[in-house]
Design a protein around this ligand. Structure first.
Ligand code: PGA
Length: 252
């Protein structure tokens, strides 16, 4: 059975005080038992966040990690560093990493392999740009992103892979994919996994949707057959909104 998940990506927002305030609001709330909840604060506050949430079911995950295990990479953070403070998952390939930091599918495959070989699970993001969709190339782009990255990873590592479909045109824009558009791509991605790895794995892989998920549209998106939850940006910075989105997934 695949899991229902809601993960909040806080990106480069919130200083230490703000991070603790948001964490305490989440920690002191009743969270639906059937939804896995994750938050991804700045790397600078990961350890503090883990300690802060020690008696909570909320998991702290990293927003990124470097593709080499160690060495002269000033300013970067390694898989081993994350593991050593108790982090067990990282977001990989967010479109902001792809576009602002030129992370290619090749780099993302290297990163994903390094994570999984060292016991760090991944939330792997993929999704087309607006120009791709306008040209009707969204299926092609998604297939290419998946086949050059996660589909190269051996089947026995897939229990630690979560996918997140994030159409670039819907991220931080207020424009959301319609529930049908999300379902169409999620089903397509699941079918790609099915063709490569078979029914069991395809049905057990959680595929999240990300891109302007808000309390008002979360239920409709999460109710789609192949949508297992969300990777939430802006709305995850407001405790009430994030909690409402978690609740929507619980009821879907
Ligand atoms: P958004 O971000 O919810 O602010 O659109 C989503 C994401 O970047 O994962």
């Amino acid at each position: 059975m695949r899991k229902k998940i809601v993960a909040g990506n806080w990106k480069m927002n919130n200083n230490l005080i703000e991070t603790e305030l948001l964490l305490s609001k989440l920690k002191n709330s009743n969270l639906a038992p059937n939804v896995e909840v994750m938050v991804s604060p700045s790397n600078l506050f990961l350890k503090t966040s883990i300690d802060f949430l020690s008696s909570s079911k909320i998991e702290v995950v990293s927003q990124n990690v470097h593709n080499k295990s160690n060495g002269a990479y000033t300013g970067e953070i390694s898989v081993g560093m994350l593991k050593s403070i108790g982090i067990n998952k990282s977001i990989i390939g967010h479109s902001e990493r792809r576009s602002h930091f030129q992370e290619s599918n090749e780099t993302l495959l290297e990163k994903s392999k390094l994570c999984l070989e060292n016991g760090l699970g991944i939330i792997f993001c993929f999704g087309e740009e607006l120009s791709d969709r306008k040209m009707g190339k969204h299926f092609e782009v998604v297939e290419n992103q998946l086949s050059t990255t996660v589909l190269q990873i051996s089947k026995n590592k897939w229990q630690n892979i979560i996918l997140a479909y994030e159409p670039v045109w819907a991220i931080g824009t207020g424009e959301t994919a319609s529930p049908d558009q999300a379902q169409e791509i999620h089903q397509f991605a699941r079918n790609i996994i099915f063709k490569k790895f078979g029914k069991e794995l395809s049905e057990n892989t959680s595929i999240l949707y990300g891109g302007s998920v808000k309390p008002k549209n979360a239920s409709d998106i999460f109710s789609q057959t192949d949508v297992d939850g969300g990777l939430i940006g802006g709305a995850s910075l407001i405790a009430e909104d994030f909690l409402s989105i978690i609740e929507s997934n619980s009821e879907s």
